[in-house]
Design a protein around this ligand. Structure first.
Ligand code: DGJ
Length: 734
């Protein structure tokens, strides 16, 4: 790993064993992109850049007719100076001009990586894991300084980028666009994969080729959203899971975002990612700075499985911060689908007791324990216990749960308030809402104005009371509606364009304060399931409820799609009741667990209500999960067969030493008289002999090249009588 500076040519080469990222100072002083891809020799400089204006409509500076920005590959392009693509940033100056032009001034190279104030960001565990390049650029007319940050990591094919914009002049300026990165590539023969959906069907991969024009996804919901995830893959058309070039962009941010690919008519490609510029206006007074959130840029020349594995290990080691970092996650039992808000302490203890008998480690009390929360019309904002339900408070219940031998966790939704709450009655001015307009409700609730420090302070104090007075090991932080009428009451017109971003900064601030005060609590993020599943939130909450949809058939698709950009350790996955609450589909307890085990694993049902036979199966599942959860959560994941393409979906995890692996196959629809199929496994060692579920012994090379037979031996599950059946295969080698 290193960052080489070629002084004469003013070029920088950031490299590790897998990737090279080359940038340099263009003829007019702007920083340009030279090469991004597979590692090349760092001693060379790169000269293939085309900069010549070949037609009169291309605009050049008078002093250099051979150079036009329109044909250049740029690192942080401006608006209004001859580059007609979308810019990375835009600044309204006091005189009304939006034209800027950044030129290189200086740079600094150092070991390690600095945090970004107030924002989530990847970090190093020691300085020798990464090197950072800071390039300072300036616009002498507008008096603006922009610092571009690049960090290259030793052990991962990953580069992190963000930008810092400073008002170095005396007059106020306004940022109307401040994206995090631009990657200009010299050709546009790429496909784009976005991860899309809605509530209950989050992060389905959707691939399309990039033809001329702009391909764009975004969120304006105030959270990253289930509709479009802030993670995209750009790949060569023939790249598949096992071979070919691809790169990924994970936005380390949980609010409004935009990701764009502009394939221009000169055959180039511009990729942009950052805060959505719609309704973003950020004033900077003299000397003030604005930090954009970070983008994690990953690259592979070995196909999508390898791209995902790089991201998984990187996030587990360099993004997630928790006492549970790289540790097996507790097997939990959550009462939501068992009781919803209709519970008593007695009912809860009965459910928890049965969980303990099954081997569960943590009991989670979901929504309904506070204020007047008996339905979703009341209570949010009042974070004190409802003693009608829990006479001895959260403290009393948590102690009783602890006495059963279980840890205790609790649900909160701190960003929201109901009209019927003490908090709203006392502070109606603390909700977001446009003047003189009715507020749009979502699940009968309003959004607290987290851009106001006093609001965050109030919620912090309330939660501090709850967490410090009871025995709490886990917190599920929910968020059940998008932001509408984003307007901060009582504030000037001039700051209203900052509110969406300040809101997310308030969320991060509350997380940071609670994490600091309660470092041992395991946070799980949730937003009506998977509506805030992004790299930003994972910096605070190392796992996130992946979807409210726990139907096995649906979950395979959701978790399969999620796996492209996020590790298994982040995927909240539970076995829930059958028939399923969301789809009405019935499924065996084994099939439900065979999916949930590729996640943090838990149960979300009343175990008192299942048959004795099922309960015995649950006990076995928990013993199995305790033995293999580290492998599921931290092993190398390989996608083998896609549920979006085939009736038989499959994936597997492999241990670091390659001696243990677990493959899972999920058959979607039953069909009569099918032939035997083979799934070619991945990641094993050619010359190791693997036992399969303690029976057959087969060489790794045969399993990878010939494949695992489905069905295998005399196990005829495949001919089962229902749709959606599954099998796990545990492979072990000496
Ligand atoms: C939505 C979540 O996704 C559910 O798991 C549950 O916590 C409910 N909210 C509670 O209101």
């Amino acid at each position: 790993m290193g960052i080489k500076f070629h002084e004469k040519e003013k070029q920088f080469h950031l490299y590790n064993s897998k990737i090279s990222y080359c940038i340099g100072v263009c003829p007019d002083g702007e920083v340009g992109q030279l090469y991004f891809g597979k590692r090349i020799n760092e001693n060379q400089t790169v000269t293939y850049r085309q900069t010549r204006g070949i037609r009169p409509v291309c605009c050049n500076r008078q002093e250099d007719e051979n150079y036009t920005k329109e044909l250049s590959l740029l690192e942080y392009p401006a608006f209004g100076n001859g580059d007609f693509r979308n810019p990375a940033y835009e600044i309204r100056q006091k005189n009304g001009s939006r034209v800027t032009n950044l030129v290189y001034r200086s740079h600094e190279i150092y070991s390690g990586k600095k945090p970004i104030p107030g924002l989530p960001a990847a970090y190093t565990n020691s300085d020798d894991e990464a090197m950072t390049l800071e390039i300072e650029c300036f616009d002498e007319i507008a008096d603006i300084e922009v610092t571009l940050f690049y960090t290259i990591f030793e052990n991962y094919p990953i580069l992190c980028r963000h930008a810092r914009i400073k008002n170095a002049g005396s007059e106020e300026i306004t940022l109307t666009r401040a994206l995090s990165c631009c990657i200009d590539l010299p050709d546009n023969e790429y496909n784009w994969i976005q991860f899309e959906g809605a509530w209950g069907r989050e992060r389905y991969p959707a691939e399309r080729s990039l033809s001329n024009g702009i391909t764009s996804i975004e969120s304006m919901r105030g959270h990253s959203s289930a509709n479009y995830n802030p993670f995209v893959v750009i790949k060569r058309p023939n790249t598949d899971e096992n071979a070919g070039d691809a790169f990924g962009l994970n936005f380390v941010y949980s609010g409004n975002f935009i990701t764009q690919a502009d394939a221009d008519t000169y055959g180039k490609l511009r990729i942009l990612m950052g805060i959505n510029p719609r309704w973003f206006e950020w004033g900077l007074k003299s000397g003030e700075v604005f930090d954009t959130p970070e983008v994690i840029i990953s690259y592979t020349s070995d196909g999508l499985n390898s791209l995902s594995q790089g991201i998984h290990h990187f996030m587990n080691n360099n993004l997630i911060r928790s006492a549970y970092k790289n540790k097996p996650r507790p097997i939990l039992l959550n009462n939501w689908e068992a009781t919803e808000m209709d519970f008593t302490e007695e009912k809860i203890l009965k459910i928890a007791k049965k969980g303990k008998e099954a081997g569960v480690e943590l009991f989670v009390l979901d929504d309904g324990w506070f204020g007047k929360r008996n339905d979703d019309y009341a209570g949010l904002g009042d974070w004190f216990v409802n003693t009608e339900k829990l006479p001895q408070g959260v403290k009393g219940l948590s102690e009783k749960i602890n006495d059963l031998g279980l840890k205790f966790g609790i649900w909160i939704e701190p960003e929201m308030v109901n009209e019927d709450s003490d908090l709203f009655r006392a502070h109606p001015e603390w909700v977001l809402g446009a003047p003189d307009r009715p507020r749009t409700l979502g699940r009968h609730q309003m959004v607290l104005d987290f851009s106001k420090k006093e609001v965050v302070d109030n919620i912090y104090s309330q939660l501090y009371e709850v967490f410090s007075n009871a025995s709490i090991s886990y917190v599920k932080w929910d968020m059940n509606r998008s932001i509408t009428e984003c307007y901060s009451q009582g504030e000037n017109a001039s700051v209203q364009g900052t509110i969406y971003h300040k809101y997310i900064l308030g969320v991060y601030d509350l997380y940071e304060r609670l994490k600091k005060a309660f470092p041992d609590i395991l946070f799980e993020s949730c937003a009506s399931g998977g509506s805030r599943f992004d790299a930003g939130i994972m910096y605070y909450a190392p796992q996130a409820w992946c979807s409210d949809d726990t139907d096995g058939h649906e979950r395979v698709k959701i978790q399969y799609g999620t796996s492209y950009g996020y590790p298994v350790s982040t995927v909240g996955a539970h076995v829930s009741a059958s028939p399923n609450l969301q789809t009405g589909r019935s499924m065996s307890i084994t099939d439900r667990a065979n999916i949930a085990c590729f996640g943090t694993f838990g149960y979300e049902l009343d175990l008192n209500e299942i048959s004795d036979e099922e309960f015995e199966t649950v006990k076995e599942q928990i013993v199995f999960m305790k033995e293999y959860r580290s492998l599921f959560q931290y092993g190398d994941l390989y996608r083998l067969s896609s549920p979006f393409e085939k009736n038989l979906a499959a994936w597997m995890v492999v241990s670091e030493d390659k001696k243990t692996a677990i493959a899972a196959v999920y058959k979607n629809l039953k069909s009569p008289n099918e032939g035997q199929q083979r799934i070619r496994l991945k990641g094993l060692k050619d010359d190791l002999v693997y036992s399969i579920n303690g029976k057959e012994n087969v060489y790794g090379d045969l399993l990878m090249n010939g494949g695992l037979s489905i069905p295998s031996g005399d196990d005829l599950w495949y001919m089962g009588d229902t749709d959606f059946t599954s099998r796990l295969y545990v492979l072990k080698a000496e």
